[in-house]
Design a protein around this ligand. Structure first.
Ligand code: CTP
Length: 402
């Protein structure tokens, strides 16, 4: 697949053990048809050989200025590139990026780059968690840098924890997505996304929940963010994390989700309601844990209806707001989805079918159809949820320009 043909990618390497993985990333990029140039910080030479990278890219790897060379020529690299990808990003270079320090060629290129910048940090867990690093990261995000999450696992120090650089395939995917949205079609727009299950307490330790992983909603939040929107994610209990730069509000119950989402939606342009909200909650929450020696029976639970977040936002939406809901149907799928579009006053409903193998809750893949209130319909075959999220965001963009 040559989906990056004619794309110009500048790869920046800084001093970290993870630099060996960047060789694989460069190979993947070249296989995808991209034109790749590499720039390294002087100390990163200790971690990966410039010869390997110049051989792979068939271009000189820039580290320092050779005598007689013009500084300005190299600085032009940041204008040449469609995207500057810094992988691995060390905490030292991160710190220089946010303070604007220009003490080597690498920093001169960064500071004069006019293209988007994507970074994939790699560091030891303690360094990663240090308030200075986290503060710098927030500043970099504010400066417009897109930051990939770090992974958990074995670290260069021999310890295990958070701080691993993203895998080359993940970085390639992010690069592909950012370049697809080069013109930031959603720039200046605010989006709120609900995702994950809700947990409705029975007593202090027990709850009623569901098997939603939050993957579909988080994937949509990531795509909206990559397309340039300012994204707020209201997330029920889920172990998954969205991209850095997405503001995440953690909630437990449907009521909490409603209270968090409604005021955000009022200020948003787009609302995507993908959470698997419990329709009912126990009417009474026991203040103590219910013990089994209470006669060996668990008391009956009566239920109260939870607020419907999608319906509330749909019915109160302004003309300029786009409301996207999900439907999970097992019979008369299409007519039920259309009914839901109307009853919830949504702009768009994404129908997932429970009848299809490999689709839905707890799976990484799904099959969806999209129906909108302007009569539009589209069906998508079995795909990864991250790929379907791309189609959903494209459908939202098209809908808004219809
Ligand atoms: N939804 C919500 N708040 C609720 C319940 C649902 O925001 N309290 C949203 C979901 O996020 C989803 C859509 O509404 O976008 C699902 O609609 P729902 O009425 O729950 O339908 P189903 O779950 O498909 O099931 P049923 O039709 O059986 O109610």
């Amino acid at each position: 697949m040559h989906h990056l043909r004619h794309k110009k990618i500048l790869i920046g390497i800084t001093a970290s053990i993870a630099a060996y993985k960047t060789i694989l990333l460069v190979r993947l990029l070249i296989k995808s048809g991209a034109e790749v140039r590499v720039i390294m910080t002087p100390s990163s030479r200790e971690f990966v050989s410039p010869l390997v990278l110049s051989t792979l890219t068939r271009h000189e790897v820039l580290i320092e200025l050779a005598s007689q060379e013009l500084w300005a020529n190299h600085v032009m690299l940041g204008r040449w590139a469609d995207l500057f990808v810094i992988a691995p990003l060390s905490c030292n270079t991160l710190s220089k990026m946010v303070s604007g320090q220009c003490d080597n060629l690498f920093m001169a290129v960064y500071l004069s780059a006019t293209c988007p910048v994507l970074v994939s940090p790699a560091m030891d867990e303690d360094m990663w968690k240090h308030p200075a690093t986290q503060r710098n990261l927030l500043q970099a995000i504010e400066d417009g840098v897109k930051v990939l999450p770090v992974g958990y696992g074995e670290l260069g120090s021999g310890l295990t924890g958070e701080g691993r650089m993203a895998e080359p395939e993940e970085i390639l995917q992010a690069i592909t997505r950012i370049l697809a949205y080069k013109h930031n079609p959603l720039a200046g727009l605010k989006a709120v996304v609900t995702a994950g299950p809700t947990y409705e307490p029975i007593d202090p330790v027990r709850f009623i929940g569901n098997r939603s992983s939050g993957l579909m909603g988080i994937s949509v939040a990531n795509e909206l963010f990559l397309a340039g929107a300012d994204v707020q994610l209201v997330l029920g209990p889920s172990v998954l994390k969205p991209l850095n730069g997405i503001e995440t509000i953690r909630v437990q119950t449907a009521n909490d989700m409603f209270d968090a989402t409604v005021p955000l939606f009022e200020k948003a342009d787009i609302g995507v309601f993908s959470a698997a909200v419990a329709d009912f909650r126990p009417a009474e929450v026991y203040s103590q844990k219910w013990k089994k020696d209470n006669g060996g029976v668990f008391p009956g639970i009566s239920f109260k209806e939870n607020p419907d977040i999608l319906k509330h936002c749909g019915l109160n939406k302004r003309k300029d707001q786009t409301v996207v809901g999900f439907a999970l149907e097992t019979e008369n799928e299409e007519s039920n989805a259309l009914k839901k579009l109307e009853s919830k006053n949504a702009s768009m409903i994404i129908l997932n079918s429970l009848n299809d193998a490999g689709a839905g809750f707890g799976e990484e893949t799904n099959i969806i159809s999209i129906f909108d209130d302007k009569g539009g319909q589209a069906k998508f075959s079995l795909q990864l949820k991250s790929e379907l999220a791309v189609h959903i965001v494209e459908a939202i963009i098209n809908y808004r320009t219809k």
